[in-house]
Every structure is written in C-alpha cells, then in structure tokens.
Write a protein that binds this ligand. Structure first.
Ligand code: G3P
Length: 222
C-alpha cells in the first residue's frame, strides 16, 4: 500500500519525504487555502514546489476548480503541463467523469475525488481514472461506515478487473490507515499526524530505554 500525505503544507511534505516512506501528495482547494495560497500564478508555483520536494516518480494530485467539461479539460491540461508528477484531481460529477475519459485518452492521469458510493467508483473506473478517492472520514462523520465502502470497491474492482487504484482519502488517524490496508486499498492519503501516529507504542519506548540503560551499565563512560 502506498503512502500519500494529504496536505499543501510544505514543512509537512518535507518532513514526510524525509521519513523515506512517502509515495506522493494529494491536495485540494481547502488545503491550499489553509496555507494562504491564492491566485493562479501562486497556486501553480506551489504545485511545482511540491513536485520538486517529493522528487521524481511521486504523484502529486492538483485539483481543478472548473466544473464544466471544457473548463475541466483546459485546466487539467494546464496542471498536467506543470510537472510530470502531476495527477489532475477531478470531482465526481457528470462533467467530471466526461473530462476524466477525455483526459485519459490524451494520456493525462487523473484522480476522481469526492467519491462516496460504489456506483460512483464504477463510473470513475469506466472513464479510466488513474486513482479513485473515496472519502472515509467524511462518511464516518455522518455515522456510516467509511471502511465498508473501501471493502465494497475492492471487491468490485477485483471482480471486474478495473485497474483504477483505490486511494483511501479523508483518512484521519492511524487506525484508519491500518483498516484501509486490511481492506485492500492501494493507497492511503492522510495528514502527517496520522502517519506519525503509527510509530507510537509504549513498549517500544520502554524497551529502547532498557536496552540503552543496560548498554551504558556494561560500558561505563561509552
Ligand atoms: O483531500 C481529500 C480528503 O482527504 C479530505 O479529507 O479530512 O477534509 O475529510 P477531510
């Protein structure tokens, strides 16, 4: 399972990249706004900087603002021209699916976002989306089971042979990451805090403290 970090914060992206286990980055208009990135020139510059930080072969999802076919395709092409890492993130709407099919035909990779049902997952895969982003946390937020959707889509894609990668999004904590891995997601995208949370175990801390104390007892002054 690949690890993407879901942020437009350059410090978090650098920290995740330095861990040596980062496979990519996803952003969205809310995450860009949270970092104060506004205006087309600044937005494009920020995407380019993210691509340079993560380096070759690590996908960076950049979301379109347009919601009509022509607008999505034009914006998608502009984004894709920015850097070879860019994957164009397109919302799960009729015009979006149409645009995904067109962009796929022209060789541009896409990430279909705002996915909340198995039916939507089928449409995106039929259109040839590279990635599919079901929003786990937001489904949990309304008292439904987000991870059940991942399991359902995994079953459908296995049965049908669709090769769209299932990118579990709106992941909020370490448990979500573990559950997504068990459910068979191809990718998880999450805040840096959720990735760092995977490191924590009190027995690791206690064990390391004891190993070091024993070493120093046996090697005084070392
Ligand atoms: O980038 C899309 C998704 O991961 C957003 O997550 O936490 O805002 O529901 P969240």
């Amino acid at each position: 399972m690949q690890f993407f970090v879901d942020t437009a914060n350059l410090d978090h992206i650098r920290e995740a990249a330095e861990l040596g286990i980062l496979d990519g980055v996803t952003t969205n208009p809310s995450l860009m706004a949270r970092e104060g990135i506004a205006g087309e020139k600044n937005i494009l510059k920020h995407y380019r900087t993210i691509c340079e930080i993560v380096g070759e072969g690590r996908d960076v999802s950049a979301e379109v603002i347009a919601t009509d076919f022509k607008g999505i395709v034009e914006e998608g092409k502009r984004l894709a021209e920015l850097h070879e890492n860019i994957v164009v993130k397109v919302p799960m709407i009729r015009e979006g699916v149409k645009a995904i099919a067109h962009l796929t035909e022209t060789g541009i990779r896409t990430n279909c976002t705002l996915v909340f049902s198995a039916g939507q997952a089928i449409l995106a895969a039929k259109a040839g989306a590279t990635y599919l982003s079901p929003f786990i946390g937001r489904i949990d937020d309304i008292g439904w089971d987000g991870m059940a959707l991942i399991r359902e889509i995994v079953e459908i894609y296995n049965n049908t042979g669709y090769d769209t990668a299932i990118l579990a999004a709106s992941i909020r904590n370490p448990l979500h990451i573990i559950q997504a891995a068990k459910a068979g997601a191809d990718v998880v995208t999450c805040p840096l805090s959720a990735i760092l949370g995977l490191f924590s175990h009190p027995l690791t801390d206690i064990g390391l403290e004891k190993f070091l104390a024993d070493y120093h007892k046996a090697n005084p002054g070392a």
